[in-house]
Ligand binder design. Structure first.
Ligand code: AGP
Length: 576
């Protein structure tokens, strides 16, 4: 969470830093700020709100220079106020930070007991340490500061005495140094930098000194390193809105391609390595993909499998060992709980496999084996194409690369084309409701969990997903006349059971929607029926999720919500 960027250029670079910040806004949008080296020294401007609020403040100034840093914040320590917005300053140092310095309070007491602090942030402590240790050698100050810090950080650092060098340091938060024709950048994500010539990762406890013409990365002892640049990401999917109003819709539309590329890139052979038991560990939508994966491994491969929420797994003292394959699923590859769970699994001697969308991310790097989903960069906070790509990996792991799997991208495309208009109309009806329920059994339940999360995270309506048979054990009391209940029924073996549950809520006045396949639709009674192509019950989550995504998108749009950047959320969650 939080995005940092910095540029040292051959010409003025404020415009590039602001453009980059816009691309990093998905990482947090509580406040934004920039600092720039001018002829009168380092100047900073900060604003509560998103980058446009910052741009408004900058509009009346001609602030610019050859060295600038920027920050977009997802608040962790300290409220959302201008004084807590980055960059932070202490003495001769100006700092932007992504991460959490866990021992900030202890360091404050140990080193700055009598000092006044400008902000309530952990970042200011790091800035003060840099200033405290500075004796004319910024590298030494960084080394001494990093030695004291615990937690995670990607720091962009300006020193008043060094107008020609941008410094950076990292531990546990992503930080890249990017060389371009017009100068060098530091950034949380290479996607924020146009026309990269070379990208190098600053690894844990390393630091970098960056100039307009190049950069040097040092280890924690101050030795200059010869590091291999990262391989360029293979043919990223579109990075713009593709003519749609929102990234989310553009990303929904990219799903057939994301799934096709992911299937194509998968290595052949059995990647489960003879596991006797499988745990699938993740957060949010990635956990929902894990629910599908676990069901498939049990149903098809008859391997005991269960999905677990990473933040629970890491504190559960899990009973795992070398026969338990632990699979970690993450779009960003950065999620703090998933990363901690991965480290725990390794400590316990379990083999680890990660399914990650961002190459070079911490989870991808630290797991024994990695499968990269090929969804391209995902910008909307609500995931769509990365979730679909994760499902494709599970199908391939459980079933192999079957012909049916090869036809899945086309089926996803059809599901989008045939449901777009219907979901737009249905959203007008849903937008006026207080509570929404998603129900289903087995895989239909697993995909309903994802549909419900999508709805609540972007429309802010109270949406819940339940195993269809569970509703009558309490939750049905929430169903009011007109409450939408969305049942997914794609498996003929359990169709009649879920439909009975739908009739039970209909009898209590619910507005019923059924998501089903073309073959099963005739004869199903509901107020609205949404059909998806017949791909068989095992692959059905991939097509059933499509109307759920579209319904959520259009409901949020009807309600005037900030679709790509829902309130209180961030794209990558690097705090516990
Ligand atoms: C999805 O729409 C959410 N924004 C969120 O639940 C997300 O899936 C979760 O935070 C996990 O992120 P990751 O895949 O990057 O680990």
């Amino acid at each position: 969470m939080c995005g940092i960027i910095g540029k040292i250029g051959k010409v003025n670079c404020m415009k590039d830093v602001l453009e980059g910040l816009k691309k990093l806004e998905y990482r947090g949008y509580d406040s934004a700020g920039v600092a720039v080296f001018t002829d009168e020294g380092v100047k900073r401007v900060r604003a509560v709100g998103n980058i446009s609020a910052l741009e408004e403040k900058l509009a009346g100034t001609d602030l610019d220079g050859r060295l600038a840093v920027g920050h977009s914040r997802w608040a962790t320590n300290g409220n959302v106020t201008e004084k807590n917005a980055h960059p932070h300053r202490a003495g001769r140092f100006t700092v932007v930070h992504n991460g959490i310095i866990e021992n900030a309070a202890a360091l404050k007491t140990a080193y700055f007991e009598n000092d006044a602090f400008e902000s309530d942030t952990d970042t200011e402590v790091a800035a003060k340490l840099l200033d405290k240790f500075y004796d004319g050698d910024v590298g030494r100050a960084i080394r001494q500061t990093q030695r004291l810090l615990t937690g995670s950080w990607a720091l962009g650092i300006l020193c008043d005495d060094c107008p020609d060098t941008l410094f950076a340091a990292a531990n546990g938060s992503p930080l890249l140094v990017v060389k371009t024709e017009s100068g060098c950048y530091i950034a949380s994500d290479a996607g924020a930098v146009p026309d990269a010539v070379e990208v190098t990762k600053v690894e844990n406890r390393e630091y970098a000194a960056v100039t307009a013409g190049g950069y040097t990365i040092f280890n924690e002892n101050g030795d200059a390193l010869q590091k291999a640049p990262l391989a360029a990401a293979a043919g990223a999917l579109s990075l713009d809105k593709g003519g749609y109003d929102h990234y989310m819709m553009s990303e929904i539309m990219q799903q057939p391609e994301a799934v096709r590329r992911t299937i194509e890139a998968l290595p052949d052979g059995d990647l489960l390595g003879g596991a006797k038991e499988i745990r699938l560990i993740a957060c949010g939508s990635a956990y929902h993909a894990g629910l599908v994966g676990a069901r498939l491994f049990e149903a098809v491969r008859r391997i005991p499998a269960r999905a677990e929420i990473a933040s629970e797994f890491r504190y559960a003292d899990p009973i795992i060992g070398r026969d338990t394959l632990c699979i970690f699923i993450s779009q960003s590859g950065e999620t703090a709980d998933t990363l901690a769970a991965l480290r725990l699994a390794k400590e316990k001697g379990a083999p680890t496999l990660s399914i990650v969308n961002v190459p070079g991310s911490a989870i991808a790097t630290e797991s024994d084996r990695v499968i990269l989903t090929q969804a391209g960069r995902e910008i909307a906070v609500a995931t769509t194409k990365a979730y679909s790509a994760q499902l494709a990996v599970f199908y391939a792991l459980a079933l192999g690369k079957t012909e049916a799997l090869g036809r899945l991208p086309e089926a996803i495309y059809t599901a989008i084309a045939e449901n777009d208009g219907k979901c737009r109309r249905l959203a007008e009806r849903i937008a006026g409701c207080r509570n929404i329920f998603f129900i289903g059994r087995q895989l239909d339940n697993a995909v309903s969990q994802e549909g419900s999360l999508k709805m609540k995270e972007i429309s802010y309506l109270n949406s819940q997903a339940y195993a269809a048979g569970e509703l009558k054990h309490g939750t049905i009391s929430l169903v009011e006349p007109g409450s939408p209940v969305i049942a997914t029924v794609t498996d003929p073996a359990i169709l009649s059971k879920t439909m009975s549950n739908l009739h039970e809520v209909k009898a209590r006045g619910a507005f019923t929607v059924v998501i089903t396949t073309r073959a099963l639709a005739p004869g199903l009674e509901a107020d609205v029926t949404l059909t998806v192509p017949d791909v068989g019950p095992l692959l059905a989550p991939s097509v059933a999720v499509i109307p759920m995504q579209l319904m959520s998108y259009y409901t949020a749009k009807a309600l005037g919500c900030e679709i790509d950047k829902p309130r209180n959320l961030a794209k990558s969650v690097t705090v516990e």
